[in-house]
Structure formats: structure tokens, C-alpha cells
Design a protein around this ligand. Structure first.
Ligand code: BGC
Length: 780
């Protein structure tokens, strides 16, 4: 969908003057007691609300698209930041600063053709890559980095992260999200929110909810029963809200069970604000609001990005609805209170933005992105004989530093690494390394970050001779492959908002890989893709690395892993299918529906998303969820499970039994012996543990009872059935190393149950179902 679709002629009059910096900076005092930081955010919001006029209140619930150059139809407020996603005026006399809003979860993005100049900023690797680290500390650190860049760039609201579950591996936005499992995705997103908000920038968790494909995203209804929704997609949001406490949640384009997300009372009012106790505000996605009264009464608190909606629903129409009593004044107060509360809670008043962009340490920030990518790279195959670790015969990685002749092919690896398109695209420091590709307008262009894997590989190995082939000429690549001792083929797939992708690599890349591998069996494939792809050449190649969209330090991270300076420790946050017919929908729902016509997608998989679907149907994927090889070898022992104070506690021992340092990701899966869940087992916890050769660690995790429960919609409660449960320790969803059994007793709790122990504590720590040892420790 074009960002510039459907411009509606409207005359917008700014009701409130735009305050400068001094407004936010002003201290409290008798006249403005709400600026006293010693008071709670709730008390402060309540105090200031009492002093506001209705006009001032209305101004806070209406956001202007900040980006567009003035034209006959629309003139953004002057104070909006050019090339940004949104702007909400503040109230100078009360010390309420404006909200300056920017995309997105991978870094500070610029709205493309409308900007005079792109803001050049640091890009994290894709959300999928961060999820593949299985390391919430890195997610938090990455969030803090992009939050700090947003703040320095003059923004106090950042539109991310996204935590839609990857139900559809062809989803054009899967790369922005955190995979297919609610526990992993919710934890990673929650940690990123903590990081962003540590910089006094509000995070907007999106896209709420069940907006899991791009095809027809604004036309489709995701139809799913409430209980399975609570156990899958909604659980990811619930955990992210609970752990991250985002200032805002963004409601999505799609309808849920026939009702638009942004006017879905059950979703916004009952589940989010009621059951989960969300205290922040709901903003609409850009163009996702469809009404005044219905949306306001259903729980929408702020209309975003006007000029995208058909009408300015929360502009003059809301004023009239309040005057007519159709939207009670107390509901308007509730909207405003929520917005103000988030502004106080995240510290927007105490930490006003500067007038001008502040300096950014791009070198330091690039290292944050690089460290994230280094742990997110997944080694899928290492050796021709078997998919085994370094212990197996034939392991080809890590590359020996004495390797003499290396051919690098394709993927513009001589210049940079690819990134995903549309609203999340960060325009990189140093500029687009490969300009001129993809659609010139939204969701393009294709942006390559200037972090050349070829240059980084050369830096790792001063003795090797390197040659490069673009891959356009397959015969030339084959000729050169015969010269080389090792061939590294880079394969890319661009994905972007608004469109879904094929599971096959685009262009001639499958052919290229097969031809090169036929000429030289020592061929290593480096995938830079948003999500899973099919690999028809898998048997022919010696090694495969999935590096996702590698971010600003991606080239360096890839080279470090290939040469073994860093042990690969990424594990798949998503299942890689063997073929399309394994998917719940082999044909993309809606693909054949005529443009513009609404349609329904029946989520017949229910809560059986990803690996759960595969296991339920006895399907063998190409690579399972949780999978990832290392250059070292880990042994697992002493698995114990016990019920303690009503919680399932699982402990186990991990030993680095190989000759190199590395990081293991042992995963705990649980399922009732007698069955009865949506699938035989669910991920219930994990650990990421870095160990020196020969070292061991004994770890213990405490399982969140919702992962052991089913949701009963009639009683609106979670229920753990008294029964025997199998507890499995695996290194993927299909490679189980140890199994034990435990008896759990009956546990019931209302939908309001909340798990994160540190919810109200200052600071943040990794939840108790996840243990991180020795990696990513230096989070700011
Ligand atoms: C996207 C959001 C984004 C917003 C503002 C929408 O098209 O769905 O994720 O934050 O635009 O750019």
C-alpha cells in the first residue's frame, strides 16, 4: 500500500500552539505540581488532566503525519519533523511537550520521498535476527541503542517493536518480528521495549493483533477463536506488554473476527486494558482508524498519521461526538490520561528533546548492531556428509586462516548487506551501498547497508587471495569457482511491508548456487533473507548460514563467524518448511481475491503455530524451530523437573565438550503426557550460556504457568490441568536430548494473572524462565 494513497482534502487547523524546549524542561512547583517527578505517573497525569481545557485534550489524541511536503491537500504542522511518521502538538502552558514520532523497531527510519534528506542512522539486524540470538540482554541493548538515536534525533516516540507471530513464513514483514513462538517473541520484544524506553522514548508495540500477512492486510479478517488466540498471537503481546510496559500499543490494519482491530472492543478494552492491565494508550496504525464513536468507545486513544485515514475521526468529529454525549467526556479524559501517563512514566517531561539533533557515536552503535548480528547468525549446515557440528567429518567451517583462494559470489557482498523495505528501513550512515534497486517509491528503495562482507573477510584473513563475482554471469562464477579453495555465495531476498514474498530465492540465485556447488563442493551459502526460504541445492553445498537482514555491522559479524572469531550461537526462531504443502495455507490466503475486495482468513491452525503445527501433523521440516549448530559440542545431563510453590522448576547441566569456546541454547519443551493441547509440546523456557571448553553450568528455570495452561474462554481463565507432563530438554523442537516427567497440580487463574516478577521494580532483569550466562552481559 502506498503511503500516499487516498489523500483527502481537509482543512486542518492547529488548535494549540507548539511549545518549544522550555515547556518540557520547566520544573514542577505549586503552579504545575504534575511536573514533580516524585509523584507517580498516574498522580501526575490526573493532576494535569484537571487543568486542561477540552481543546487541549482533543489536541493530544490527534496525530499528524509529519512527513509530507506541503501540497494542496495537506500541510503538516510546521513543528513536525520532516520525513517523520507523526507529530502531536503539546500544551506549552502546562509543560506538556509535543510528541515527535518516528519509525521503527530496527532504528530511526525516514519516510522516504517526502524527506528532503534521509536521516542516516544505525540499523539493527532484523527483528528475526535478534530473536535468533535467544538473548533478551542483546534485545534490550539494541533497543537502548535505537532509543538513544531516536532521542538524539529529536523523537520521543518510536514505532516498534513488532511482535506479530510468524504464522505465514512468506509474510513480507516477518523480518520485523520475533518469530513464531509466543514465549520467545514476547520476551525479545519486551526486552527491546525496556531498552527503548530507558532512553525516555515511548515504544509502540505493534501491530495489535493477528496481522500476520501483508496480502490484503487492510481488507482481511483474521478469524480465530478467542482461546487459541490467547494461547498464541495474543500471548506474545501479553508477555511483551507485561515485561516491557510499553507506553503505547498500535492497533493493526486488519479486522479480527470481522471487527477492525482499531475498533475492536474485545481486543482493546477487554483483553489489553482489562485483562492485561495495560496503562498506556492505543494508537492506530497509519490508515487503520475507521470511525469516531465506535473506535473511541472500543478503546482507541489516539488517531495516528492523519492524513492516512479517510476522515480525521479524532479531529472535529470527536469534538462533536463529545458535545453530543456520544463519546462521554470521561472517555476523552481516559484517552488523554493514558497518553499523559505514558509521557510521565517514560520521562518525556523530565528529559525534553533538544532543539537540534545531538551528536551520535555511530561507531559505538554499529558495534551494538554487530554484536546482535553475531549472536543471531544461525549455522544451518556444516559439512557435506551430515548436518553436524565441528565434530563431524567434513566440517568446512570455520574457515582456516591459512585458506589460500576464496571466491565470494553474489549478494552485492563487495559492497554491503541487504535490509528490509518500507517503514522500518533505516537509511544508513555512509548512504545506500547499492543505490538504484527496487521501487523508487514506497516500499522501496532496496537499501544495502555499507558493511561489506568481502572487505570484512579480507580483514579476517590476510593470507588468502580473494576474488569476487557478482553472480549475474553464472558461467563466469563457475569458472572462478574452479580456481578457489573455498567459495562463499551470498544469496539475498528483499521483503517489505505491503507485500508477501515467495519461499524461493528470487532471480537466478538457486541456479547460481547449484552451478557453483557442482563446480566446487567446498561451497558455503550465506543467506540474507527476511525469513525462511527453500533450499533445492542443500545437499550439494558444504555449509549454510542464515544471517537474516544483518544490520549496520553485518558484514563484520558474518566474516567473524565464517572465520571462527565468533562461535555461531543463533538458533532458529521460525521453522523452515521443506515445501509449500507443509504450510497451513499452501496458497497465500487472499492472493487470488480481486484487488480491493475484503476477505476472511480462517486461522484453522488455531494456536498450533510453527513447530506446533508441524508436530501436530507429523511433518518433518527442512530445519526445525530452535535449531542451530556451533563449532563446539555441548553435552546435556541432570535434567530434573519439580513442582515448587505451585511453579514448575526445571534444572539441567550443560557442558562444553568440544575444544572451543561457544554458547549453547538448551530449550525446555513441555507437554501433557495424555495430550489435549493444540500440539504435543510448547517451548516453556530456555537458556543462553557461554562456556569455555570443558566448562559446565547448572541452570534452573521457572516456567510461567500460562505456558502449561489452556485458556478457558467461558470462565476467562488459565487452567493447568492436574496431570503428568513430559519435560524435554532439546537443542531444537525436534532434537530432544533428555526427557523427564513431572506431576503438576490443578492451577487456575483469571485472565488477569501476570507473571513478570519485576513488573513494578526499578530496572529490569531477564524473566525467570530464561537464563543468560556470560553473553550480552554489558547491557547499558
Ligand atoms: C506501518 C507501521 C508504521 C506506520 C508509520 C504503517 O504503514 O504498518 O508499522 O509504524 O506505517 O510509518
Amino acid at each position: 500500500m502506498s503511503l500516499f494513497r487516498g489523500l483527502v482534502v481537509a482543512s486542518i487547523v492547529l488548535a494549540v500552539s507548539v511549545p518549544g524546549r522550555a515547556a518540557g524542561a520547566a520544573a514542577g512547583g505549586a503552579a504545575r505540581p504534575w511536573l514533580d517527578p516524585a509523584l507517580s505517573p498516574d498522580a501526575r497525569a490526573e493532576l494535569v488532566l484537571k487543568s486542561m481545557t477540552e481543546t487541549e485534550k482533543l489536541a493530544l489524541v490527534f496525530d499528524y503525519f509529519g512527513s509530507m511536503k506541503p501540497n494542496a491537500s495537506y500541510r503538516p504542522p510546521q513543528a513536525a519533523r520532516m520525513g517523520s511518521a507523526g507529530y502531536v502538538p503539546g500544551v506549552a502552558r502546562l509543560g506538556i511537550p509535543p510528541q515527535w514520532i518516528t519509525d521503527a523497531s530496527l532504528g530511526v527510519a525516514t519516510q522516504r520521498e517526502s524527506a528532503d534528506a534521509y536521516r542516516q542512522r544505525t540499523a539493527l539486524p532484523s527483528g528475526m535476527a535478534t530473536a535468533a540470538t535467544w538473548n533478551p540482554l542483546l534485545a534490550r541493548r539494541g533497543g537502548a541503542m535505537i532509543g538513544a538515536e531516536a532521542y538524539a534525533s529529536g523523537f520521543n516516540v518510536l514505532l516498534g517493536p513488532g511482535v506479530n507471530l510468524v504464522r505465514e513464513p512468506r509474510g513480507g514483514r516477518d523480518f520485523e518480528y520475533a518469530g513464531e513462538d509466543p514465549l520467545l517473541a514476547g520476551t525479545i520484544a519486551g526486552a527491546e521495549i525496556r531498552g527503548i524506553q530507558s532512553q525516555h522514548v515511548i515504544a509502540a508495540l505493534k501491530h495489535f493483533a493477528i496481522n500476520d500477512q501483508e496480502t490484503g492486510r487492510a481488507l482481511l479478517s483474521s478469524d480465530i477463536d478467542r482461546a487459541p488466540a490467547r494461547q498464541s498471537d495474543l500471548l506474545a503481546f501479553e508477555l511483551a506488554v507485561e515485561q516491557g510496559e510499553p507506553g503505547s500499543v498500535m492497533c493493526a490494519y486488519n479486522r479480527l473476527n470481522g471487527v477492525y482491530s482499531c475498533e475492536n472492543r474485545w481486543l482493546l478494552q477487554r483483553v489489553l486494558k482489562g485483562d492485561w492491565g495495560f496503562k498506556g494508550y492505543v494508537m492506530s496504525d497509519w490508515g487503520a482508524a475507521h470511525s469516531t464513536e465506535r473506535a473511541a468507545l472500543a478503546g482507541l486513544d489516539q488517531e495516528s498519521g492523519w492524513i492516512f485515514d479517510h476522515e480525521p475521526y479524532f479531529g472535529a468529529a470527536l469534538k462533536s461526538a463529545v458535545a453530543a454525549g456520544k463519546v462521554p467526556l470521561r472517555r476523552l479524559d481516559d484517552m488523554v490520561r493514558r497518553i499523559l501517563r505514558s509521557m510521565f512514566a517514560v520521562g518525556l517531561m523530565q528529559h525534553p528533546l533538544g532543539e537540534d539533533p545531538a551528536p551520535i557515536d555511530f561507531d559505538a552503535d554499529r558495534h551494538v548492531a554487530e554484536a546482535d548480528e553475531a549472536e543471531g547468525i544461525v549455522l544451518l549446515k556444516n559439512g557435506l556428509e551430515a548436518r553436524q557440528g565441528a565434530g563431524s567429518t567434513g566440517a568446512i567451517l570455520p574457515l582456516a586462516r591459512t585458506t589460500k583462494r576464496v571466491l565470494v559470489v553474489g549478494g552485492h557482498a563487495d559492497r554491503g548487506v541487504i535490509s528490509g523495505g518500507a517503514s522500518s528501513t533505516v537509511f544508513p550512515v555512509g548512504g545506500n551501498a547499492v543505490p538504484g534497486l527496487g521501487p523508487p517509491g514506497f516500499p522501496g528503495p532496496v537499501v544495502y547497508l555499507p558493511s561489506s562482507p568481502l572487505a570484512a573477510l579480507m580483514g579476517q584473513s590476510p593470507v588468502a587471495r580473494f576474488r569476487y563475482q557478482s553472480g549475474d554471469d553464472i558461467e563466469a562464477a563457475v569458472r572462478e569457482a574452479k580456481w578457489a579453495d573455498r567459495v562463499i555465495v551470498f544469496a539475498t531476498q528483499w521483503a517489505a511491508e505491503g507485500e508477501d514474498v515467495s519461499l524461493s530465492l528470487p532471480g537466478n540465485q538457486d541456479k547460481l548456487i547449484a552451478a557453483v556447488a557442482a563446480a566446487n563442493p567446498h561451497t558455503i551459502v550465506v543467506l540474507e533473507t527476511g525469513g525462511p526460504v527453500l533450499m533445492p541445492w542443500l545437499r550439494q553445498v558444504a555449509a549454510v548460514l542464515e544471517t537474516w537482514y544483518p544490520g549496520s555491522g553485518g558484514g563484520e559479524a558474518i566474516a567473524a563467524v565464517l572465520f571462527g572469531a565468533i562461535d555461531p550461537s543463533g538458533h532458529l526462531p521460525v521453522t523452515f518448511p521443506r515445501a509449500l504443502d507443509q504450510l497451513p495455507y499452501p496458497k497465500l490466503p487472499g492472493a487470488a481475491v480481486p484487488a480491493g475486495r475484503p476477505f476472511d482468513v480462517e486461522y484453522h491452525a488455531g494456536a498450533a503455530v510453527g513447530y506446533k503445527w508441524y508436530e501436530r501433523h507429523g511433518l518433518k521440516p527442512l530445519f526445525p524451530f530452535g535449531y542451530g549448530l556451533s563449532y563446539t559440542r555441548f553435552d546435556y545431563s541432570a535434567l530434573r523437573a519439580r513442582a515448587q510453590n505451585g511453579r514448575l522448576v526445571v534444572s539441567f547441566k550443560v557442558t562444553n565438550a568440544g575444544g572451543r569456546a561457544g554458547a549453547a541454547v538448551p530449550q525446555v519443551y513441555v507437554g501433557p503426557k495424555a495430550g489435549g493441547w493444540e500440539a504435543p509440546k510448547r517451548l516453556a523456557g530456555w537458556s543462553k550460556v557461554s562456556l569455555a571448553p570443558g566448562a559446565s553450568a547448572t541452570l534452573s528455570i521457572i516456567v510461567d504457568p500460562r505456558l502449561l495452561a489452556t485458556f478457558d474462554e467461558a470462565s476467562e481463565s488459565w487452567h493447568v490441568a492436574p496431570a503428568n507432563y513430559e519435560v524435554r530438554l532439546g537443542v531444537s523442537a525436534t532434537d530432544i536430548k533428555l526427557t523427564t516427567e513431572v506431576r503438576l497440580s490443578d492451577w487456575r487463574h483469571s485472565a488477569q494473572w501476570q507473571g513478570h516478577a519485576d513488573r513494578t521494580a526499578r530496572g529490569w532483569r531477564v524473566p525467570t524462565y530464561c537464563r543468560v550466562i556470560g553473553s550480552g552481559r554489558s547491557a547499558p
